[in-house]
Design a protein around this ligand. Structure first.
Ligand code: GLU
Length: 392
């Protein structure tokens, strides 16, 4: 009955686990959710007010398919201000969330049998998008700290390499690529003439002294090969509003708009006006959220490493910890499934990110919840280990 294209893809595990956990909560179960990456902060007041104003002033009709000029200009200003990138508004598209931008890029650029270099661990949806585009995934394993280097990428380049996916900081590992490696990767892309999809959705979530560098800002040649993708979802706690954007080569952006014209049409008009305020308005809420996440990050990292059988590399960015659970002796799917059923804690199995030795925990939730969740994980792991020892 179903087309081959959908038979081969898996539903988004991050979202599936999140719905399951939220459903259990609704049924009265006291679940601690470390599932989908979604800030627990509310959308800032000024952004909500901008949306209300848009409704009252009847900004409720079709907008240009690829977004209102005011939002494209706000994105252009943001890219200039924060990333030192110059894009005209014909080089920018607004989509229904970052995921939609990424999907459109994959559909606009990839052909059957093109090779796409995908660093492992990877965000689960990249893999499915490549499959939907009928391209070939070329997995490349990052180093022991989950960092991507130019040497690792170079080993995977062939005649068929069409694109490299860069997600910096990384979901799920939280790794941040070293600046000198980004430069070398840019050189590789230019020398070998492949595209770079640079997903910068976690760019603000870098802790410590490092600053985000957009690969597109490293020269005109690499800028032309790169499509930068981002969204307002994480930075402004706007996951439900579904506004993402991409900036890149005019031809690619135009093709993405054509695709959009036959699928979603414009992103919601009201949400677009809210996003204008998010990008142009005060940015204090971003700083507040990041400093809260930094505290949570340090706490979760420390607490995870205190649990026997679990070890976790310190995440430097995004809002995920990606601990190694392989010593416990069960697969990541079994770990996540049993942890939810037996201890009411939701985590995402690493297998959906390309590593069965790990699970992913989002720390975009309160310290109190993190404390409760990790106490439960510790107790559950200790019981589990004791049970295995008894069997032996
Ligand atoms: N990107 C977030 C995550 O990885 C949100 C869920 C999704 O779209 O995958 O959890």
């Amino acid at each position: 009955m179903l087309a081959q294209r959908v038979r081969n893809i898996a539903p988004s595990a991050t979202l599936a686990i999140d719905s399951k956990a939220k459903q259990l909560k609704k049924e009265g179960k006291d679940v601690v959710i470390f599932g989908a990456g979604e800030p627990d902060f509310n959308t800032p007041e000024n952004i909500k007010q901008a949306a209300i104003k848009a409704i009252i002033s009847n900004q409720t009709r079709y907008t240009p398919i690829d977004g209102i000029p005011e939002l494209k200009q706000a994105v252009a200003n943001k890219l200039k201000r924060e990333n030192n990138l110059d894009y005209g508004i014909s080089e920018i598209i607004i989509s229904c969330g970052g995921k939609h931008s990424l999907y459109n890029i994959a559909m606009a650029v990839l052909d059957k049998d093109d090779e796409v270099i995908l660093p492992v661990p990877y965000w689960t949806s990249y893999s499915e998008m490549i499959k939907l585009a009928e391209a070939t995934q070329i997995f490349c394993k990052t180093d022991e700290r989950f960092k991507l280097t130019a040497d690792i990428v170079e080993q995977k380049i062939t005649e068929k390499t069409k694109m490299l996916i860069l997600n910096n900081p990384s979901n799920p590992s939280g790794a941040v690529i070293e600046p000198q490696e980004i430069k070398k990767i840019a050189r590789l892309a230019v020398e070998n003439n492949f595209y770079v999809l640079s997903d910068e959705v976690y760019e603000h979530f870098i802790y410590g002294s490092d600053r985000h560098i957009s690969i597109a800002s490293l020269g005109a040649d690499i800028k032309d090969l790169t499509t930068v993708s981002s969204s307002v979802s994480k930075t402004y706690a706007m996951t439900g509003w579904r506004i993402g954007y991409a900036a890149g080569n005019k031809e690619i952006i135009k093709a993405m708009g054509n695709l959009q014209s036959h699928s979603t049409s414009n992103p919601t008009s009201i949400a677009q006006w809210a996003a204008v305020e998010a990008l142009n308005g005060p940015q204090d809420s971003v700083k507040e959220m990041i400093s809260a996440f930094d505290e949570r990050r340090r706490f979760m990292h420390k607490r995870l490493n205190e649990i026997d059988g679990i070890s976790c590399i310190e995440p430097e960015g995004a809002f995920y910890a990606f601990p190694d659970i392989s010593e416990i002796g069960i697969s990541s799917t079994e770990f996540a499934g049993r942890l939810l059923n037996e201890a009411l804690v939701a985590v995402v199995p690493g297998i959906v990110f390309g590593s069965d030795n790990h699970v992913r925990l989002s720390y975009a939730t309160s310290i109190h919840e993190i404390e409760r969740g990790l106490d439960r994980i510790e107790k559950w792991v200790n019981q589990k280990t004791a049970a295995i020892e008894n069997e032996i």
